[in-house]
Design a protein around this ligand. Structure first.
Ligand SMILES: [Fe+2]
Ligand SMILES: [Fe+2]
Length: 257
């Protein structure tokens, strides 16, 4: 099966862009399945200057446009209607945040008669306090081919999870930093590992956001003098990979731009 994985969609304009591009992307990649991380796709409270979250409308639009599974991350609860977002069929959030947060951590779908489970996990840097991803994973009994959106702020944690579980999962695809990595691993066990797939949104900024805002956040300065939701202004970029999987093992992984 061919899986198109789209990393962190930043802002509503990028959501519009990916919705309009999906028919062409599905055709050009011949993807059987599309997974998209939407943790930064909305305009959401509580802090409009960073983060963004997922809106119900945005998640619905992605699903209607042909995204099969919407994944999430640390910003996945920024929206006040998060409970409604995660009640949608096909929308998941990191499993190892625990059951006190709304939503489910994995979703299984049928791909031409073959089961595919999309699992969303976070490491302890992306979401401090989560259960160790490997311990949480070990309790699971997942159906069919497994592809993981690993929301990661730590190279060691994502490589560790990928190599420790090679052969058990077809792909461990990093999200969260928004900075795409060049190396696309395929381990001897047939597991693809990408430390970060990148982001989908305006280039030229800091993680898709106006760098002045992010610099102020970094320096601990007040951000309320900036326009809310101010994004970067460079050309739109697609952060995505296409993973080809046979019998639960990845045979090829390429970047899609
Ligand atoms: Fe993100
Ligand atoms: Fe994140």
């Amino acid at each position: 099966m061919r899986v198109l994985f789209i990393a962190d969609i930043v802002g509503e304009e990028a959501l519009d862009w990916i919705v309009s591009r999906l028919p062409e992307l599905r055709t050009s990649t011949q993807a059987d399945v599309v997974i998209a991380n939407a943790e930064n796709s909305a305009r959401s409270a509580p802090n409009p200057y960073v983060g963004f979250g997922i809106s119900v409308d945005g998640a619905r639009r992605l699903l209607a446009a042909g995204v099969d599974v919407v994944t999430s991350g640390n910003h996945g609860w920024d929206s006040p209607d998060a409970a409604e977002v995660y009640a949608l069929d096909g929308v998941i959030r990191p499993l190892n945040v625990g059951s006190e947060k709304p939503g489910k951590g994995f979703y299984t779908l049928d791909v031409h008669g073959e089961a595919l489970t999309v699992l969303n996990m976070a490491d302890t840097v992306a979401i401090p306090g989560v259960e160790h991803p490997h311990h949480a994973f070990n309790r699971l009994d997942l159906l069919g081919t497994v592809v993981v959106d690993f929301h990661s702020g730590d190279v060691m944690q994502i490589l560790g999870f990928g190599f420790a579980n090679q052969g058990k999962v077809a792909a461990v695809l990093g999200t969260h930093t928004h900075e795409p990595t060049e190396i696309l691993h395929i381990t001897e066990g047939g597991t693809a590992i990408v430390v970060d797939v990148g982001m989908t949104g305006r280039s030229g900024g800091w993680q898709g956001i106006d760098p002045r805002i992010m610099t102020a956040v970094y320096l601990g300065e007040d951000t309320t003098s900036f326009e809310p939701y101010e994004l970067a202004t460079g050309p739109m970029v697609l952060g995505a990979v296409l993973v080809e999987i046979e019998n639960g093992r990845t045979t090829s992984i390429t970047r899609v731009r």
